[in-house]
Ligand binder design. Structure first.
Ligand SMILES: C[S@@+](CC[C@H](N)C(=O)[O-])C[C@H]1O[C@@H](n2cnc3c(N)ncnc32)[C@H](O)[C@@H]1O
Length: 286
């Protein structure tokens, strides 16, 4: 009998249904995703470009591109003859990304609505594949990483970001506690990012997918929010909104009020610290 793979537990059941849910959540949050409260996304994109050090002329695939923060930073670094292919499941996010790239007057980014688990690009094509805060949404992460390796040329790199276990501490724990107080059972609805909070899991996945020279680096891209209301903007414009929407509609306003009252009590003279500790994991294709 086949032994269960070490990563079987990291494969979400009912993957297609999960993807539909993820896509629906991101279509809903797309219009608010570039809110200033969420500026850690572009801040992290800059850190990823610094780590990757792409050269002019590269071809890069940005997986789960969202509203294109990393795609834009990469396109800027490799222009004019380099090209970014940027894929995402959510048409809402892709529509915002196209607007953002136009605003930057960049002409070297192509967007495709495509599943990161089964990308349809040819093999040995890209100099690099990047994925910022997207891998943990993918039902079969190992399968996806193997696909990204297939499309990367020998000597090329894959780089992804994920949140460490300290990220959003204590705000996210208070959020989960308050949801539970309002009767939501969050045990089987873990915030997706928890799947990749451990450094070893990130590294072991890369090794199992066949990458060599796996490296990890932790960066802090957090900042002080001025008001508790900005923390709500962070919840409401990301996948965390999906948890709030599982509460009955008539208690959501009361949830917001009591949760923000608790969060506001953490404010100091500097504001409300939002810890965004991020792990960057990279590997090379032999
Ligand atoms: C948290 S956002 C990150 C967006 C962007 N990379 C950034 O750093 O700002 C996650 C993105 O992953 C996309 N996504 C989730 N599962 C996906 C899949 N299977 N294939 C492609 N995109 C996916 C979502 O639609 C969403 O846009």
């Amino acid at each position: 009998m086949n032994q269960p793979s070490k990563f079987q537990t990291l494969v979400l059941p009912d993957g297609e249904k999960h993807k539909q849910g993820v896509s629906a959540v991101f279509n809903a949050v797309a219009s608010g995703y570039d809110d200033p409260a969420l500026r850690f996304f572009p801040l992290c994109a800059d850190c990823m470009v610094s780590q990757l050090r792409p050269s002019r002329g590269w071809k890069v695939l940005d997986v789960a591109t969202g509203t294109g923060a990393l795609a834009g930073a990469l396109a800027q670094a490799i222009q004019p003859d380099g090209r970014v292919m940027a894929i995402d499941l959510s048409e809402g996010m892709l529509a915002r990304a196209e607007i953002n790239i136009k605003k930057m007057a960049l002409e070297n980014v192509d967007f495709f609505q495509m599943d990161a688990e089964q990308p349809e690009f040819e093999s040995d094509y890209f100099n690099a594949v990047t994925c910022s805060f997207g891998l943990f949404f993918i039902p079969d992460m190992l399968k996806a990483l193997k696909q990204w390796r297939r499309m990367t040329r020998s000597g090329g790199a894959v780089l992804f970001s994920s949140f460490t276990e300290n990220a959003f501490d204590p705000l996210v724990h208070i959020f989960i506690e308050d949801l539970e107080k309002f009767g939501l059972d969050v045990t089987d609805k873990l915030v997706a990012s928890a799947r990749l909070k451990d450094a070893d899991v990130c590294k072991d996945l890369m090794v199992a997918a066949g990458y060599s020279a796996v490296e990890q680096n932790v960066v802090q891209v957090g900042y002080h929010l001025r008001e508790a209301e900005e923390w709500w903007a962070a919840i409401w414009n990301t996948a965390m909104r999906g948890l709030v929407e599982q509460l009955p509609q008539d208690v959501q306003a009361e949830f917001k009020r009591t949760h923000l009252e608790r969060v506001a009590s953490l404010k100091t003279d500097d504001g409300l610290w939002m810890n965004v500790e991020v792990r960057l994991t990279s590997g090379v294709v032999d």
